[in-house]
Design a protein around this ligand. Structure first.
Ligand SMILES: [Fe+2]
Length: 307
């Protein structure tokens, strides 16, 4: 059976894509950002998933104000890079996994999530920048990627809770797929940033760091955060963070945080990256349980000695 083994969340700042495309990653400004993703790339190469499910938002590349799907699942065989104004990014075509994507669509829709099924779609920096940050710049992406676009551009975006529950539905769908596939889910966007209006340039590191902490330890409580709090604390575009809840909902309640990186600024945003592994799926026990077990053993030994 297929299983979700881990989740990765990352900002998807367009300027990061431009820095890669223009070979500026070694410039002092960008080196600070890219060096934080070296460990991410090492982890990804080691994990080597069979499929990635990429939760991202389209930035008026595939959709426009004419059609605004809340959740759009890419079921096509491939997704070409979109022309975002300067021509398409020079990145490989994203190859999909139509069979697994259709299975997720069926399972999630019958579970009450009315996903929009998309059989033809271009993908923009929202998806391709995190792929670069996780896989580098290969000539072909190393595994199929199923894009799931979430509307966070036009009010009203879905709630964090709805996103988290969609993650749960995706987890259930993947677990019932008969082929043995190891799946990693990406949540992208954010962190705090605002690109227009009187608060343009807003970055709130305290909020971002707390968000990372709670994503690992208090995912359900964090998913209950209302939109207004994102707007107030993380800026208008900070609402992109609701997409991280889809990733978190697709994981187990207890996860192991294996890596975290945070830096400001990149362009006009805060950049965050976190990797969470499903503990149960790897057969390794959470540290807390392990400690309790060791304490029990010690206590039993003590009792035996006393007897
Ligand atoms: Fe974005």
């Amino acid at each position: 059976m297929a299983k979700i083994i881990a989740g990765l969340a990352s900002s998807h700042v367009p300027a990061i894509g431009a820095a890669i495309d223009n070979k500026q990653t070694e410039d002092p400004y960008w080196k600070r950002v890219f060096s934080g993703f070296e460990k991410t790339k090492e982890w990804m190469a080691k994990v080597n998933p069979d499929v990635v499910i990429g939760i991202y938002n389209d930035h008026a590349s595939a959709f426009s104000v004419e059609i605004i799907p809340t959740f759009a699942l890419g079921c096509a065989a491939e997704f070409p890079p979109a022309d975002e104004g300067w021509g398409p990014r020079p990145v490989p075509i994203v190859k999909g996994h139509p069979k697994l994507a259709s299975h997720i669509a069926t399972s999630a829709i019958l579970d009450g999530f009315d996903l929009t099924i998309v059989n033809k779609m271009e993908v923009d920096h929202g998806l391709t920048v995190p792929l670069n940050l996780a896989f580098g710049s290969p000539t072909e992406w190393p595994c199929p990627v199923i894009p799931l676009a979430v509307n966070v551009v036009q009010y009203p975006p879905p709630t964090g809770k709805r996103c988290f529950d969609l993650g749960r539905a995706i987890r259930k769908a993947v677990a019932s797929y008969p082929e043995d596939l190891r799946v990693v889910v990406f949540g992208t966007g954010g962190m705090s940033h605002q690109i227009s209006g009187p608060r343009a340039g807003l970055i709130n590191s305290k909020f971002d760091k707390s968000f990372l902490d709670r994503l690992t330890k208090d995912p359900k409580g964090l998913a209950a955060m209302p939109h207004l709090e994102y707007m107030r604390e993380a800026g208008a575009e900070g609402i992109e963070l609701v997409m991280w809840h889809v990733m978190r909902g697709a994981l187990d309640d207890h996860v192991r945080e294996v890596y975290r990186f945070y830096t400001v600024p990149a362009s006009n945003t805060a950049v965050g990256n976190i990797i969470l592994e499903n503990v149960g799926k790897t057969g390794k026990k959470p540290a807390a349980k392990k400690k309790a077990k060791t304490a029990n053993k010690t206590a039993k030994k003590g009792l035996r000695k006393a007897a």
